[in-house]
Design a protein around this ligand. Structure first.
Ligand code: 26Q
Length: 815
């Protein structure tokens, strides 16, 4: 087979040729979108050449495969990542440049697939990057939502949601794999038939939705492997037939088609808040069933129908409980379709699934009303009942008579299917996402399960794809690092540590600081262009960017800014290092209080602007529509990273790692992965404040929190709080934020006022240190240097060594 070359000349010719053939235009005449598609198509050709070789390698390899099931994959744009991982950025940049095109103008034409809410979805995307880069055979499975997470606009200081129709111009990276289209069934009723003394179950009168897979290739960095991300799209099996036109029934027919296709229409924008919406259950089962059917089809092609070896050849990882219906679905397929007995099927299932928990907050634990499951998935419901019956029987032996505990642990209880309990009972591995989170799962959230099956539990600290979150988003810093310590760290990110001695090198620090300044200028330009906001790159850049949630405590940050404002206004001699506070955060559309917090931040920004002296030292900017692409500009520009969650509430956090890697210094609580960041950099290179997780736990237990007392005794807090509702903050509508005001003074589960004093002290230290730029730059260098362990390559290796045991493709094929 002739191998196509992808050197600079060939790339140029390919692009010119495509534009000619697809659009009948010359390079000069082509539109930016057409040019983007021609370049994407060239990159794709290069990927496909690799994919063919990889497929051969896969066929030869008889080892285990991973299927990573997640209802969210927050991929971000692909073009630059693909060029980078093909190690061809230089070739493409130069080829385009010789055609008179700035590569940046091409990159920004790509619509961002925002098929996720936040941390959990982005983690799945980083994992795919690492899996391919480490040559592990895997497939990501998800839903091909037609609309991703809403686009956010701020209008009159409030959030407005707009649809995100990312597929309008098609998706340049995907291919429809129609040969793997399958059917998913809903509704109907189960009939039991006895054949030769064996009970068989058939569902009758169901309705069918077709699942059509679209694959996106995930290239590894300088690697052999191209793994697919398989996205399932719902399609009605009904075609509008011409007879129905004649009979006037075409409206009804088209309505039915519409209904089937709503399943993959839109991503739910709620994270961590459970609501038993039937459409959401349909989405989850739809993609779990389609994925499982494909997994078995592939297994049979490779190993025939001896399913006893399934756990040896397949591992199915479920990203939180959302894909958990895959568990009873595998039982159904093995028993009803393949004829296995219950015990055999159950043994196989329990050795095939692994489950990661991402949140300890009970309101986010997924559960489904029994009658909904029964109506929508009658056979699955039967299977869940049998799983539950047997599991409770087992529990009875451990805890005879302890009905309460058994009810808490049951798969079906309180009229709900308890998805977390199902996943723990039926998986061989349950893991948390940071050390602290792992401990809390064992000691608190899932303590009862831990007593019965301690061997299942582990903790693997999250990570981030350093290729996206350093190399591609911060090219200047990448070059500086390579100049200083070589490029071995790219494949072994923990070698970033070799940068640590350079913290004491004045010339290095100067270059490091100059790059930060460039990145600040780049962010300033983006804000100017997108929001017509002017920020001064000589200010300190302080960033809190993450979903809006009470537990993440954007309120603590906002309240502190109010206090700074008051210090300036009340005291003419007060000075501080000039600082711009940037917030990026989407609120779930139905989360009223989160939206009020956005309103407060926007009002704060305006109030400061109105004050001539305050605005010389203080600025607040709300960055609209925080998404992966804006994070890639925002994070490299940050000098301070705000990680303020109430201790014990943030399972890990991954934004914290991205900021650290780009040389921002964390101000944060001892929560999630912040704990491990502090271990890496040492307490001198991070600002830790606030209650520890065990103190928070005691506060809940003893119910002793009294915010009113803090309000009464702390004058600064009282003044800032009062201004929220006395017209200082919102002159036109003083009562607008009353609910927010009260929420901090009555039954605040997240202890904002309680941690305020300690936070404010940490901020004072931070401000003082910033004046000492030598000290500050040393800290920044140390943060980057110690960030290597937070590469998702390390995370994925740990998953593989302790949970998955996948072969490495290209090394002597296993078995
Ligand atoms: C479930 C059922 C019904 C409705 C909504 C949900 C739902 C949806 C999304 C529940 C949770 C989520 C997302 C959770 C999430 O993003 N968790 C974050 O995961 C990161 C990766 O592990 C961690 O770093 C964060 O600490 C954690 O908050």
């Amino acid at each position: 087979m002739p191998t196509t070359k992808f050197d600079k000349e060939s790339i140029k010719q390919a692009i010119i040729g495509k534009v000619q053939r697809y659009n009948g235009r010359t390079i000069e005449e082509v539109s930016p979108q057409q040019l983007y598609r021609a370049v994407a198509s060239t990159v794709r050709d290069q990927i496909m050449a690799k994919a063919i070789e990889c497929r051969e390698e896969r066929k030869r390899n008889k080892g285990k495969r991973l299927y990573y099931l997640s209802v969210e994959y927050l991929m971000g744009r692909s073009m630059y990542t693909n060029m980078l991982n093909l190690t061809s950025t230089k070739e493409y940049t130069e080829a385009l440049s010789e055609l008179g095109i700035d590569i940046q103008d091409v990159l920004k034409e790509e619509p961002e697939p925002g098929l996720g809410n936040g941390g959990l979805g982005r983690l799945a995307a980083c994992f795919l990057d690492s899996l391919s880069s480490l040559n592990m055979p895997a497939m990501g499975c998800t839903i091909r939502y037609e609309y991703g997470l809403f686009r956010q606009k701020i209008v009159d200081g409030q959030q407005v949601e707009l649809p995100d129709s990312w597929l309008d111009n098609g998706n340049a990276w995907e291919t429809a794999e129609t040969q793997d289209t399958c059917e998913v069934h809903f509704g109907g009723h189960v009939e039991e038939v006895e054949v030769n003394g064996v009970k068989r179950y058939y569902t009758k009168d169901y309705y069918t939705v077709e699942a059509v897979p679209y694959d996106m290739p995930i290239v590894g960095y300088d690697a052999k492997v191209v793994n697919p991300l398989r996205m399932w799209s719902a399609r009605s099996p009904k075609k509008l037939d011409l007879n129905s036109f004649g009979e006037g029934r075409y409206v009804q027919a088209s309505e039915e088609i519409e209904l089937a296709e709503t399943i993959s229409k839109v991503l739910y924008p709620e994270d961590r808040h459970y609501e038993g919406k039937q459409l959401r259950l349909k989405q989850h089962y739809f993609f779990a069933s389609a994925s499982l059917q494909y997994i078995l089809k592939d297994y049979k092609k490779r190993f025939g129908t001896d399913f006893s070896r399934l756990p040896e050849k397949v591992v199915i990882h479920i990203n939180d409980t959302h894909p958990g219906m895959a568990i009873p679905e595998l039982m159904r397929l093995l028993i009803d379709e393949e004829g296995l007995g219950w015990d055999e099927a159950s043994q196989i299932v329990q050795r095939t699934f692994a489950y990661t928990n991402h949140t300890i907050m009970s309101e986010a634990l997924e559960r489904w009303p029994v009658n909904m499951v029964q109506n929508l998935l009658p056979r699955i419901y039967q299977i869940l009942c049998e799983i539950n019956r047997r599991f409770c029987e087992r529990l009875w032996n451990y805890f005879p008579g302890d009905w309460d505990r058994i009810a808490r642990m049951a798969v079906i209880s309180y009229d709900n299917v308890q998805m977390a309990n199902l996943c723990i009972a039926m998986s061989y591995s349950v893991n948390g996402v940071s050390k602290l989170h792992g401990e809390i799962l064992k000691e608190e959230t899932f303590h009862d399960f831990y007593l019965v099956m301690p061997e299942k539990f582990s903790a693997i600290t999250n990570g981030i794809a350093h290729r996206r979150w350093l190399i591609s988003c911060n090219p200047e810093l990448t070059d500086l690092i390579c100049e200083s310590i070589g490029d071995a760290w790219i494949k072994e990110p923990e070698r970033l540590r070799e940068l640590a001695p350079f913290a004491d090198d004045a010339a290095f620090r100067e270059k490091f600081a100059a790059i930060k300044l460039h990145n600040k200028q780049r962010l300033a330009a983006m804000l100017k262009q997108r929001q017509d906001v002017t920020i001064d790159p000589s200010f300190m850049f302080d960033v809190q960017a993450k979903r809006l949630h009470e537990y993440k405590r954007q309120m603590l940050n906002a309240l502190h800014i109010m206090v700074l404002y008051n210090r300036i206004v009340n005291d003419e001699s007060f000075t501080m290092a000039p600082r711009v506070f940037v917030f990026g955060a989407k609120a779930s559309p139905g989360y009223y209080r989160a939206k009020q917090i956005i309103r407060l931040i926007c009002a704060l920004s305006k109030m400061i602007e109105r004050h001539p002296r305050a605005r010389k030292m203080l600025q607040v900017v709300f960055l609209e529509n925080y998404d992966v692409s804006s994070a890639e500009v925002l994070i490299p520009a940050a000098e301070v990273s705000e990680q303020l969650s109430t201790a014990s509430k943030e399972a890990s956090g991954t934004g914290n790692m991205k900021f650290m890697m780009n040389g921002a210094i964390t101000i944060g609580t001892m929560d999630g992965a912040n704990v491990e960041i502090s271990e890496q950099v040492g307490m001198d290179n991070i600002y830790i404040f606030g209650m520890r997780a065990d103190t928070v736990r005691n506060m809940y237990r003893e119910n002793t929190y009294n915010p009113m007392m803090i309000f009464e005794t702390n004058q600064e807090v009282r003044q800032a709080m009062t201004q929220i509702i006395d017209g200082t903050l919102m002159p036109d509508n003083p009562a607008a934020l009353q609910d927010l005001y009260h929420s901090l003074l009555m039954g605040d589960n997240f202890f904002v006022l309680k941690d305020f004093g300690s936070y404010s002290m940490a901020q004072r230290r931070l401000d003082a240190d910033y004046h000492d730029q030598e000290k500050w730059q040393k800290m920044a260098v140390i943060n980057t240097a110690m960030s290597g362990v937070f590469s998702s390559d390390r995370t994925i290796r740990e998953y593989n060594d302790t949970i998955w045991h996948l072969p490495i493709l290209g090394q002597n094929a296993k078995k």
